[in-house]
Design a protein around this ligand. Structure first.
Ligand code: NAP
Length: 211
């Protein structure tokens, strides 16, 4: 039976994804640093493990065959957390995935992580962190799907996405709900692995856009 470890389970996208998986009777291991943040979730399919990503969290991988990395340092922390979470914790997760022979690792990366040099400003160190974490995952040999969403918004999900960068850069956005539905679709289908997929709000149904 499939079991998916969600890292960053108390985050906005992480929690939406867990709810989708549990509603459809999938087994989930939710890694959080404060289990109270999931106190509203009650399911026989849910196991919660309390771990801090700045420590060793390898034991959370035991018995799982799929991993979703949905953690992030957030916009209100400094360069230290960008290094420790977006780079180092993501890198450790990819290494643990290899150690535990995980069958599929889904990484939430970011638009712009392919080429951080194309961007100047405060976002660049974050994009470098994301780039290096993605590269480390690719190098592990663990089957992966790397998702690179545009700017995240909190509008309701349209269930319609695009995997192509829009002509108008102001439209390079996607709702967190659409990202969660894309994660759910990828985690529950056997689409081709080892792909890097950009994600924006768009006009295609999610399964069709991702298949
Ligand atoms: N913002 C954007 O426009 C944008 C664009 C592209 C990609 N992304 C990426 O999208 C992903 C998810 O975004 P989101 O908005 O859902 O994120 P979010 O709500 O900020 O969630 C971040 C998660 O990471 C967890 N976390 C952070 N430090 C941790 C630690 N030391 N130990 C354990 N957990 C830790 C948080 O736990 P707590 O609840 O305990 O804090 C939370 O569960 C991130 O990878 C982000 O980089 C963002």
């Amino acid at each position: 039976m499939s079991k998916t470890l969600i890292i960053g389970a108390s985050g906005q996208i992480g929690k939406m994804t867990i709810k989708l998986l549990l509603e459809n009777q999938h087994n989930v291991v939710a890694l959080v640093r404060d289990k109270e943040k999931l106190s509203d979730l009650n399911s026989p399919h849910l196991t919660i493990v309390e771990r801090d990503l700045e420590s060793d969290f390898s034991d959370a991988f035991e018995g799982c065959n799929q991993v979703i990395f949905a953690a992030g340092s957030g916009g209100n922390t400094g360069a230290d957390k960008t290094l420790l979470i977006d780079l180092w914790a993501a890198k450790k997760a990819a290494s643990y995935a290899k150690q535990y022979q995980i069958e599929h690792f889904v990484m939430i990366s970011s638009i712009g992580a392919d080429n951080p040099d194309a961007v100047e400003g405060d976002i660049k160190p974050y994009l470098v962190a994301k780039h290096m974490a993605d590269q480390h995952l690719i190098n592990q040999g663990v089957p992966y799907t790397i998702l690179r969403p545009g700017t995240l918004t909190n509008e309701p999900g349209s269930q319609l996405i695009s995997t192509r960068y829009p002509n108008d850069s102001d439209k390079a956005k996607i709702s967190r709900e659409n990202v969660a539905n894309a994660l759910y679709t990828i985690a529950t289908n056997t689409f081709k692995r080892n792909r890097i997929i950009s994600l924006f709000n768009g006009e295609q149904a999610i399964p069709k856009a991702l298949s």
